[in-house]
Design a protein around this ligand. Structure first.
Ligand code: UT7
Length: 327
């Protein structure tokens, strides 16, 4: 059975910065509160006329040029997102067309903030089965389109951006995606949701006036479950693969809140120096956070390094995936 290895990574964030100080001007909050409660200093905002397709296209084009890859050799693009440009069509197919991937097909995968982990696991199955040779997995979001900036508790944590990885088939042993533990619990929809805009509650003026098309979150409930879910799924993967902390060079956690990340590291007795963190600059970009971390830390990873991805998000969805870096 071939291995599914990551052979390139890219990231994209828009230029516009929305700092905590900017937020102080439009809501009752403070830079100090946001930094101490979340670790976030600023986030990025996509322009009004651009969304997930633009982020994904930038990332795909970067991967193609980095490796000088023939666009026709890409079989599939999976775009992990919960903020696709449109309800129909999906963003992945638009990304394929905009990037000149004439022979690829694509689909979006919505597992909220766990989307990238779910999508990478999915891509690995296609590669390991032998049916696909080259897949690009994108994790990208434009969450600022769904913020209610009158809700200071939720709106301060989200931002726009994303990244992508190239997943290829390889016969080399000991590298690539090794194992994943993915979980879900649909009762979580009560505490993290967007009520309007889907088929159950289509957009009406009344719902728009109530801001029902924006993210609602009971932050405290989500916080507790996030720590539990990320910790337990990581421990499960470690147990199944007889891994100790020493076998993991880097933990790559979803960036929702620095206190969640620290709590998970603390529960596992894992040193923060080996945990990837960039929440201060980009905040919570949902499915975008993990590839954005891989992009920023790429030069620090070495071939064979044990890398543990872990995420928790709306649904609830959660999970951890262990891989060995391939270059
Ligand atoms: O991405 C995947 C899913 N999402 C997450 O994993 C997010 C999980 N949750 C969180 O990160 C945190 O719960 C938040 C950052 C969203 C909120 O932090 P918190 O420490 O849980 O705050 P809280 O909602 O418990 O509020 C504590 C206090 C309240 O005041 P009182 O009632 O104690 O007087 C809030 O009104 O902080 C107040 N508060 C704020 N104050 C200044 C809430 N938001 C703000 C704010 N600025 N932006």
């Amino acid at each position: 059975m071939p291995n599914a290895i990551i052979t390139a990574v890219s990231g994209f964030v828009p230029d516009q910065v929305l700092s905590n100080v900017d937020l102080e001007k439009i809501m009752d909050t403070s830079d100090d509160w946001i930094i101490s409660r979340t670790g976030i200093k600023e986030r990025r905002v996509m322009p009004p006329d651009q969304a997930v397709t633009r982020i994904g296209t930038e990332c795909v084009q970067s991967i193609l040029s980095q490796r000088d890859i023939d666009p026709d050799s890409i079989d599939l693009v999976i775009c992990a997102t919960c903020t696709a440009d449109y309800i129909i069509p999906d963003s992945a197919n638009s990304i394929c067309s905009e990037s000149g991937l004439n022979k690829a097909y694509g689909f979006d995968l919505n597992a909220a903030c766990s989307g990238f982990v779910y999508a990478l696991h999915t891509a690995a199955q296609f590669i390991k089965s032998g049916t696909h040779q080259r897949i690009i997995v994108v994790g990208a979001e434009k969450l600022t389109s769904y913020m209610n900036y009158e809700d200071r508790t939720t709106s301060i944590i989200f931002g726009d951006g994303g990244g992508a990885v190239l997943v290829e088939s390889s016969e080399e042993e000991g590298i690539g995606v090794i194992d994943a533990e993915l979980r879900g619990d649909g009762t979580g929809r009560e505490v993290l949701r967007i009520d309007a805009g889907g088929s159950l509650n289509p957009v009406t003026q009344e719902r728009l006036d109530k801001k029902a098309h924006t993210v609602f979150q009971d932050g405290r409930q989500v916080f507790k479950r996030a720590v539990q879910g990320m910790t337990s799924s990581m421990l499960e993967v470690m147990k199944r693969n007889e891994l100790t902390n020493d076998d993991i060079r880097w933990v790559v956690p979803h960036q929702a809140n620095l206190r969640i990340i620290s709590a998970v590291a603390n529960q596992l007795d894992f040193p923060m120096e080996r945990v990837m963190v960039n929440i201060d600059k980009y905040a919570n970009t949902s499915a975008g956070t993990i590839p954005l971390c891989l992009w920023e830390y790429e030069s620090q990873m070495k071939k064979g390094d044990g890398i543990m991805l872990t995420a928790f998000g709306g649904g609830f969805t959660w999970g951890s995936l262990f891989l060995r870096w391939a270059y």
